[in-house]
Ligand binder design. Sequence first.
Ligand SMILES: Nc1ncnc2c1ncn2[C@@H]1O[C@H](COP(=O)(O)OP(=O)(O)OP(=O)(O)O)[C@@H](O)[C@H]1O
Ligand SMILES: [Mg+2]
Length: 509
Amino acid sequence: MRREKPQGPSGPVLPGPRGWHGPAAGHSVYLQPAAEWRATSVQACGLWPFSVGAGAPLIGAPLGKHLLTGATVCGDPISWFQRAGLLTAPTAFVMGLQGFGKSSCIRRMALSLAGFGVLPLVLGDLKPDYVDLIAALDGQVITLGRGRGYLNVLDITLAKAAARRLGEGEHAKLGRELLADAVGRRHTMVSALISIQRGHPPNDREDSMLAAALRVLDERHDATPVLSDLLETIESAPERVRASAFDRGSLERYRELVEPLQVTLQALLGEGRVGEMFSRQSTVGLDLDRPAVFDVSSIPEDETELVGAALSACWGVGFGAVNVTHALAEAGLAPMRHYLIILDELWRALIAGRGMVDRTNSLTRLNRQWGVGVVMCSHTIKDLLSLPDEHERMKALGLIERSGMLICGALPPEEMPRLALAKDLSLAEQRQLISWQDPPAWSAAASNDAPPGRGNFMIKIGGRPAIPFRVTLTKAEQGLHDTNKLWHEQSRRGELGPTRHVAVDAPEG
Ligand SMILES: Nc1ncnc2c1ncn2[C@@H]1O[C@H](COP(=O)(O)OP(=O)(O)OP(=O)(O)O)[C@@H](O)[C@H]1O
Ligand SMILES: [Mg+2]
């Protein structure tokens, strides 16, 4: 049937975007999305202007496939900072619900970057999630834990040796800065351990007594001191420590003032909650010429304080060592190495005691960010907002805010307003994150299925639209990636018992 074009007062009326309305007029009720292809400019140049730029740069670690276009999504904090110029700092924050593949996504990033010559450095592995990967990359696995391995937080021999190598000549300033930084970091680590042991940070007087005692220790000890040497130094009441305690010339007053500090340090040496892991010389030194992981998986999950202490000690030691390597490289005395520093389960250290957010900030400070990417990982913002003090909560949120790259996995709806405090996500992006948290199908046959949203993430940088992608693990990765290894082995051996189907009769009547 042919219809006349409707006429308006000034000529024919044009059809709307879906065609003419009305019966048999060809109105389209369904709008088909345009098909998208990706091609090189050589192949697609003739089609211009119909070809458009890809949604994400193909720079960095290949992470997975774009959920909408199927195109490869690449990205990591180092490449996006250094090569793409998309970030103002090489930092990424990964968040998402438990078991939805955050650590696997970070491992993918680390593995790909290792191929580009960047050394992964995992500063505290609680599961262990990264030990297999680092071992496969021929890296160093440092085991820590009660009776397994010790970490001496007072050890600054690396920085001292480097300062000596930098000498008195043109690099003297660099050497002085390096040493001052190591001394400050060591002080922060001791005060972090004290904060965790007590549940609150040391007061101002104790802080300056600690700083003075550490200086005296450096003057008195040629060998590397341990925590018991620090305790002895404080007990011996040296003049410098007494001055910082403001004992007004009374030894009795000094003893009174110093007692709480002595009690805490004594607890750190063995009998306290934090335990003796930090009381002896380090079992193994960190070798920064290859990938490395601190394996702290032997620490029971419910020992919150010890977990927090172990993580912050690993961060202090790791970041300190990276600073040393970079100072030597800057002076041309060592090759310039690039690192990807991984801080998984960040919240566990932040909640370990009051004041830990500040200490985390200063322990994870780098003098030069060139070539060092940092990936932080936490579950939800709720974990960060569970900190007791308002200013600590705000600072913890600041960690996300300042991370140029936010990688979000499945999240529950109640997280959205909290997330909005740190990053601006559109409603569509929020809906997508919520949809990924659904559990797998409800049938017994599908009980081994993964939740459909596992491995789905979106990268958000600034106000740009998020890039949703799916990480698909390769066969080789799957062997290194199974964090539910024990469960799978049990069910393979049949120890969990066969799944039985029980018919439930409907009650009669
Ligand atoms: N993209 C994926 N495809 C298939 N399986 C995956 C994928 N990502 C993760 N897994 C599997 O899911 C399980 C949990 O993954 P992973 O440990 O990475 O999660 P997570 O978010 O870090 O968990 P947690 O919050 O407990 O640290 C592992 O057994 C892993 O092998
Ligand atoms: Mg994990």
